[in-house]
Design a protein around this ligand. Structure first.
Ligand SMILES: *Cc1c(COP(=O)(O)O)cnc(C)c1O
Length: 412
């Protein structure tokens, strides 16, 4: 059976097939393989933004702050926590960017650690912003970074974490799903190991949320952050979220002490006094307008259910790997992601020495994966908006772009 016939069969059997038509789809785009970097908008997003402008903002005006906006960071956080993070109420906030929240949470954790705990443990394959922020925190607080060397085609194992943590560890920061390989870390086991060493762990969930089930409370996680513009369709620059386990609230203290994180902010009183509970992690006015697309994105997840999303995601990445093996391996393409679907998030990375020029050519052809230095073509498969037919069309085009961009006088 041809690749496209197999794709048609998989689409016909897909229980979530109807979800794709809820998204804005453009006929110029043959295959969108970067929905894990910036999700497609939902069609209702434009209406939701218009309704917000007309009503919540236009009609209710500043009264909306009292009516709903002041509590929005926690209310939306609770909804996100319940739907997608396995987080009980009162532990998740929406606001700021992931980078800013990593700074707040990691700095709070390091500041609270005993002085003998001089190390922050991080993977050298962590997302760049995580590494840069932790370098800054280490410099500010006189700590040192301890790097876990990580295979960019794999990820961090519990054994590696066990070898890196000890009485000198203050904090461990790791990605649950690796941004390049898609490796899915054993978060429960790693969290236990970090706790056995007396340290805290902060999970970066940017590539997890909306593609794999997350169980922060069950893992016993301390802290977590993630963004909402990838799988959740929050739109470019949409606010991120932070999770702070209840037991750490009132103990950890974040460093950006603005008025929204103060007890009774509208008293406008002298001197900063931290708000009780999670609100201390706020700083300034929450990005209310920018939460509108996220709210409709969460509605769709409520309808689909994360277990069904994960099942489709596994099928999508398995299909991509199957095509890569069959069609692309003979052209010199190798897989830089786990082969076991259980150890893989929602994307896979393929390697080829000419990846950079091939991705440029693919973008011209309306096939949109991501280039990941030095030689990766990252295939992100947002489960709710991507069809199997789209995967097939996109990956077959990767093959023809490889052939089409071969230097003269060479095959493959
Ligand atoms: C996308 C991503 C970020 C992004 O951080 P921003 O502050 O939103 O730019 C951080 N960490 C990981 C793992 C990511 O994939």
């Amino acid at each position: 059976m041809t690749v496209s016939a197999r794709a048609a069969e998989l689409d016909a059997a897909d229980p979530l097939v109807g979800m794709r038509s809820r998204f804005v789809l453009d006929s110029d785009v043959v295959a969108y393989l970067d929905g894990n970097s910036l999700g497609r908008p939902l069609r209702v997003t434009a209406e939701a933004l218009a309704a917000f402008t007309a009503h919540d903002w236009g009609t209710r005006l500043i009264r909306s702050w009292d009516e709903q906006w002041v509590d929005l960071p926690e209310a939306l956080g609770d909804r996100l926590g319940a739907l997608l993070l396995g987080a009980g109420p009162g532990q998740t906030l929406v606001g700021d960017s992931t980078s800013v929240l990593i700074y707040k949470l990691a700095r709070a954790a390091v500041d609270a650690a005993e002085p003998a705990r001089v190390e922050i443990v991080v993977s050298d394959d962590d997302f760049p912003t995580d590494r840069y922020l932790l370098e800054g925190i280490a410099a500010e607080t006189g700590r040192t970074l301890r790097w876990i060397p990580t295979d960019p085609a794999g990820g961090v194992s519990p054994e590696q974490v066990a070898a890196a943590v000890g009485p000198r560890t203050a904090l461990v920061v790791l990605s649950h799903v690796a941004y390049r390989s898609g490796f899915l870390a054993d978060a429960a086991a790693i969290t236990r190991l970090v706790h056995d060493a007396g340290a805290l762990v902060c999970w970066d969930l940017c590539h997890s949320v909306g593609s794999v089930p997350v169980a922060l409370d069950a893992w016993g996680a301390d802290l977590a952050v993630g963004c909402t513009y990838k799988y959740l369709g929050g739109g470019p620059g949409s606010p991120a979220f932070a999770y702070v386990a209840s037991r750490h609230q009132g103990v950890l203290r974040q460093p950006v002490q603005g008025w929204f994180g103060r007890a009774d902010p509208f008293a406008m009183a002298a001197g900063y006094v931290p708000a009780p509970g999670l609100r201390q992690f706020l700083s300034g006015t929450p990005p209310v307008l920018a939460t509108v697309p996220l709210r409709v994105g969460l509605d769709l997840y409520a309808e689909a259910g994360i277990e069904a999303v994960r099942a489709k995601s596994e099928a999508l990445t398995a299909f991509a790997v199957e095509i890569a093996d069959e069609v692309l391996a003979p052209l010199g393409v190798t897989l830089a992601s786990p082969r076991d679907p259980a150890r893989r998030g929602g994307h896979v990375t393929l390697r080829h020495p000419r990846a950079r020029e091939v991705v440029e050519e693919l973008w011209r052809r309306g096939v949109i994966p991501d280039f990941r230095a030095p030689d990766g073509v990252r295939i992100g498969l947002a489960p709710l908006s991507t069809s199997f037919t789209e995967v097939a069309a996109g990956l077959v085009e990767v093959g023809s772009a490889l052939v089409g961009t071969s230097p003269p006088g060479t095959t493959a």
